[in-house]
Design a protein around this ligand. Structure first.
Ligand code: HAM
Length: 425
């Protein structure tokens, strides 16, 4: 579980704003559900033979009422629970997005944490392949909005895992196949063989790569309706010039999926290279007590997204405050606080140095705070009723300073701020 220190949270906040804007652009509404849910919800929703439910949930019994609760390991089940509980799709289908921490007791490693954040969307009451196209377009828009374009764009992998009947025949065939190769399976996968052979395809064990390649493929088991649904989606993706790869081994690690499943992968990040996963989960709503209805969604892992963003971002360091206000003593400080109030009213952020440190130290702090501008309010300025404003440009030689009378300061800052805003776009 990570502490997000100020330098990091600035980057996070910037990306959070951009992603939320994309979701809102597509007409999705935000939903916030509790971080704790009854454990039963996840047992029923995610499937008992999944890594998450078998070994990754933080669960506890509430001594006060004897019920068992879990920190949410993901949010699809909870969003569906909330939608059923509040009849959200009573009048029309719903497009929802969420953001927040999830918890899985995994083996910590780069890109895999026990508390991690997800941005997710769920489309409830949508059964067409066009809704899946929209999910993929939204992911694409997220990548674009944070500059992961061109070569940096994550790669899309897709598969269809059919209806539950089609999948049962497939799982049976997989079971028979892996049964013939029990010698190669590790203990964990031997367990999966008896409980849910599909999960063997999820295995990260490198020794199984060849065996998984030779295993039966889902395509042989898909009926016409499933095939057509998937082909229709693929031709829409072609029409939108979205590159993808059909990966017949992609089954996702949760039991609620059917039909289309997809993941977005990035290069150069080792084993934890999936930054987004999702798909259709039509059976989940009735399992959680709602009327049968089509549903699909995805979730993006924020830590992984931030990591790839930072590795590729050539944007200059985030500005923390627009203006750092330094001064040379008590009288100047009091006036600085007053002036700062006026400046903030026009949407310029100001940090007034409230200490009695030397001017030199205060100027250093302005740089350390990555302020865009420094305002100095010293003896000289106090006498002439003015403020010295300095542009703390990152590029050498561009820094400049101007003396501005009190009364003109707000307008002056507004003008140069606009200019610098245009320049950095
Ligand atoms: P998921 O594949 O389990 O799907 O998680 C989605 C994303 O969350 C992953 O691709 C990854 O980026 C991130 N993630 C998962 N576990 C960790 C971890 N331990 N540390 C850091 N990042 C992690 C779901 O959770 C589904 N609810 C997605 C969905 C929504 N399907 C339909 N609607």
């Amino acid at each position: 579980m990570n502490d997000l220190l100020p330098d990091k949270s600035r980057v996070w906040r910037n990306l959070e704003k951009k992603i939320a804007t994309v979701f809102t652009n597509y007409g999705f509404d935000e939903i916030r559900t509790p971080i704790l849910e009854r454990t039963e919800l996840f047992l029923r929703g995610l499937g008992e033979v999944t890594d998450i439910v078998e070994k990754e949930m933080y669960s506890f019994e509430d001594r006060l009422n004897g019920k068992t609760y879990s920190l949410r390991p993901e949010n699809t089940a909870a969003v569906v629970r909330a939608s059923v509980q509040h009849s959200l799709t009573y009048n029309e289908p719903k497009k929802l997005w969420y953001y927040g921490p999830m918890f899985r007791h995994e083996r910590p490693q780069a890109g895999r944490y026990r508390q991690f954040f997800q941005f997710g969307v769920e489309m409830l009451g949508y059964d067409s392949f066009e809704s899946e196209l929209e999910l993929i377009l939204m992911c694409n828009a997220v990548w674009r909005s944070i500059g992961l374009d061109g070569n940096l764009r994550p790669r899309l992998k897709l598969n269809s895992i059919g209806t539950s009947e089609e999948r049962s025949s497939y799982v049976k065939a997989l079971g028979e196949f892996f049964q013939k190769h029990v010698g190669v399976l590790d203990n964990e996968n031997l367990k999966r063989l008896t409980r849910n052979p599909l999960r063997i395809l999820d295995s990260k064990n490198d020794n199984l790569v060849k065996l998984k390649d030779e295993a039966p493929k889902i395509t042989t088991f898909l009926g016409n309706a499933s095939k057509t649904h998937f082909e229709n989606l693929l031709s829409l993706l072609d029409g939108h010039q979205i590159n993808y790869e059909v990966d017949l081994k992609l089954v996702r690690g949760l039991d609620y999926y059917n039909s289309t499943v997809f993941e977005w992968k990035v290069s150069g990040f080792g084993a934890q290279d999936t930054i987004c996963g999702g798909g259709r989960y039509d059976a989940l709503v009735p399992i959680l007590g709602g009327a049968p209805t089509g549903a699909c969604g995805f979730a993006i892992g924020m830590e992984r997204l931030v990591e790839i963003f930072e590795a590729n971002s050539h944007e200059r360091k985030e500005t923390f405050v627009d203006l750092y206000f330094a001064h040379t003593g008590r009288d100047a400080k009091v006036i600085a606080i007053k002036l700062a109030e006026q400046v903030r009213k026009v949407g310029i952020s100001v940090k007034v140095d409230l200490t009695d440190a030397s001017l030199k130290t205060q100027v250093k702090r302005a740089f350390r705070n990555s302020a865009e501008f420094l305002a100095i309010f010293g003896e000289e300025e106090l006498k002439t009723g003015s403020v010295s404003v300095r542009w703390l440009s990152r590029e050498e030689g561009e820094a400049h300073q101007r003396k501005v009378p009190y009364g003109e300061m707000v307008e002056f800052l507004r003008k140069i701020k606009n200019k610098s805003g245009n320049k950095s776009q």
